[in-house]
Ligand binder design. Structure first.
Ligand SMILES: [Zn+2]
Length: 221
């Protein structure tokens, strides 16, 4: 799952309107930013395999620290606690906790059984990735819903709030198309570095979100 995780961050803006979209997006993509670090450190392992289905070109041999549900709950609690410590914004912290854990649940839907609870546990995954167009349809639909909710929730204060948002949306869709229809990564290292580059979407989201303001649909929050 790729842009589906970003959809969670966009939807979260409705539940925690005072939180920056940067933090709200960092939460659901956190595990996929820890994962490449652990790959580069040699703590977790993935193999690149031949497959006509682009979603099945990565074989997740072992990733209990980034994608084991027990560790995921720990990462969620750590991130939410840090966020609450800095901002004292409880709704934001709760939504961030849910955002981090949502990553595992959404991966559970698409991955084949390769997601652990902890190192050496049984593996989980419903395998939607076996169905390429169902995966793409659901993920794009989630993303469209996320963008729609974010657009209803906020309005641009200036041109940056408008153009930088749309550039973000277009680039994410292009990155998704590239990952799906483009060539396999050349090596695990290239895959890890390419995945780490997606962390730039976080400051970008923070930037345009600061140039937007709440539409007054939820004055009580
Ligand atoms: Zn993941």
């Amino acid at each position: 799952m790729f842009i589906g995780h970003y959809a969670v961050g966009l939807i979260a803006k409705k539940l925690a309107p005072r939180a920056s979209l940067g933090a709200l997006i960092a939460a659901p993509i956190l595990l996929d930013l820890l994962w490449p670090i652990f790959l580069l450190l040699g703590w977790e392992h993935v193999s690149i395999v031949q497959n006509t289905n682009p979603f099945l070109r990565l074989q997740f041999d072992s990733y209990p620290i980034s994608h084991g549900l027990v560790a995921v709950v720990g990462w969620a609690t750590l991130f939410a606690s840090l966020y609450f410590g800095f901002t004292r914004y409880a709704s934001g912290a709760i939504v961030i906790w849910i955002g981090v854990v949502s990553h595992w649940l959404m991966d559970y839907v698409v991955h084949r059984p390769d997601l652990p609870l902890y190192s050496g546990s049984r593996l989980f995954g419903l395998g939607l990735w076996n169905h390429v167009w169902a995966t793409i349809s659901i993920e794009v639909l989630l993303f469209v819903i996320g963008v729609w909710i974010y657009l209803r929730q906020t309005k641009a204060k200036d041109k940056i709030g408008d153009y930088a948002l749309w550039a973000f949306i277009v680039l994410l869709l292009l990155a998704y198309a590239g990952a799906t229809f483009g060539p396999s990564p050349r090596s695990v290292k290239a895959l890890a570095i390419g995945t780490l580059v997606t962390s730039l979407f976080i400051p970008w989201a923070w930037w345009f979100d600061a140039h937007r303001e709440e539409t007054l649909q939820n004055p009580e929050r």
